[in-house]
Ligand binder design. Sequence first.
Ligand code: VG1
Ligand code: CO
Length: 545
Amino acid sequence: MSAAVTVVETTPFAGQKPGTSGLRKKVKVFAQPGYAENFIQSVFDTAGAPANSILVIGGDGRYLNRTVIQIAIRMAAANGYAKVLVGQGGILSTPAASHVIRKYGASGGLILSASHNPGGPDEDFGIKYNIANGGPAPEAVTEAAYARTLTIDQYRIVDTPDIDLDTIGKTDVAGLTVHVIDSVADYAALMETLFDFAAIRANVAAGFTMTFDAMNAVTGPYAHEILENRLGFAKGTVKNGTPLEDFGGHHPDPNMVHAHALFDAMFGAASPDFGAASDGDGDRNLILGRGIFVTPSDSLAMLAANATLAPGYKAGLKGIARSMPTSAAADRVAEALGLPYYETPTGWKFFGNLLDAGMATICGEESAGTGSDHVREKDGLWAVLLWLNILAIRKMPVAELAKEHWAKYGRNYYARHDYEAVESAKADALMSELTGALGALPGKRFGPLTVATADSFAYTDPVDHSTSANQGLRVLFEGGSRVAFRLSGTGTEGATIRVYLERFEPVGGNLAAETPDMLADIITAAEDIAGIARHTGRTKPDVVT
Ligand code: VG1
Ligand code: CO
């Protein structure tokens, strides 16, 4: 079959600037005629796909997923791609898409997701472009695409019927081969190469139990296959395991607020040994043991400290990287293991070069993102499986492993306070006033805390030497405690102010306290330093994670 390419005249839409992780907008914005088309064409115009390129397309199943996939396929056909690989039913988790890009040598991929943001006709949609290494496009690429959106005057598309996304197999679309692939198979096979499935299965057979909340989002099919079918966990271990277009009306964000049912289950009388959840697009993870929540920052450190117990990492790690707001717990592990460690800006795209260059093996973010060099995205189920592998070998409760870890490395008490849907002008005023005040902070006292240094975090990539300025404001206190402030780059309503709070207790210190008690002085200092209530009228955060 062949169909003529239609060149459609268009005019730019304002605001198509990708944020921390792709372009995210309300569905009503994305559904405007030409909106998705303009953005996709701008990516195609600037991303540089060589002749005969393969493009991977998949999403988290949210409202608009199938519609935009059909558009993207028709536009790929009109823009000279040779082949599109698309997940069955339009489903590919973000880490699975990253793997598929790498495995089949694609020139890139379109991941349709707004991750942990809610879905449905009145909620959010998103498009992210990933490059040939499987990772999120670096800033130079997203900036070029954005610049193109400002001048775009036409897009290319073919006029063909919708393709059947539900049946595995190949279809010709105006000369483009569209291959609908199993969403799970390649990813599950990769996991089998990294982890000791036999040891985990044996542990399950010996009575180890878990509960996994897929939050009605993309991880359900992956978790059913891997946890229940391959590892032998009882049917019903995976909860909310069918991806829904509106995630059942919930935020698919695995934290204390949105996954509270899981928290209740893990702190109840008959708790299983292990509890976990993932987010909308499957790249985040929440880790709980019986009666204990493991902060993502601690999880990163504990996974790094024990990673060699998994076959995929038995040769040791090359280095550890974390985003700036993530606690320094992983740094302590790197120091103890004699490994290099890196502090990057927020967003997985900043880990790509370190992973490609073999400088880091494990990376993590405080926002429940952990991953390794097996793909170029954070990977929720990967973190769950590494935990399961470690627990199957070490045969101790999560709480005991955590206690042992803190006794060896000290403990970084940590929390993030989010102030959501703040008027943008007010949030900007807070940040700019604070930026101006940073220089005068060193030496100042806030209760028992004395400021050691204060700055606006800037990053120079050690591989390509690109620089990224204004990546968050941080105030470091004497003794290793700190507070950092950032504006979110993933929201779609006003501004979200994130306040990151961390207190370090060294070995021999108070390692078994409650986090809010340990952070109380820093919370007070954060308010004094930034004037959150004065600027926003808010006296407490909307979400504490
Ligand atoms: C948030 C997190 C960040 C994460 C990003 C994408 O960004 O803080 O760590 O990389 O979401 O994650 P921001 O700019 O809102 O703070 V996901 O799971 O949305 O792809
Ligand atoms: Co996500």
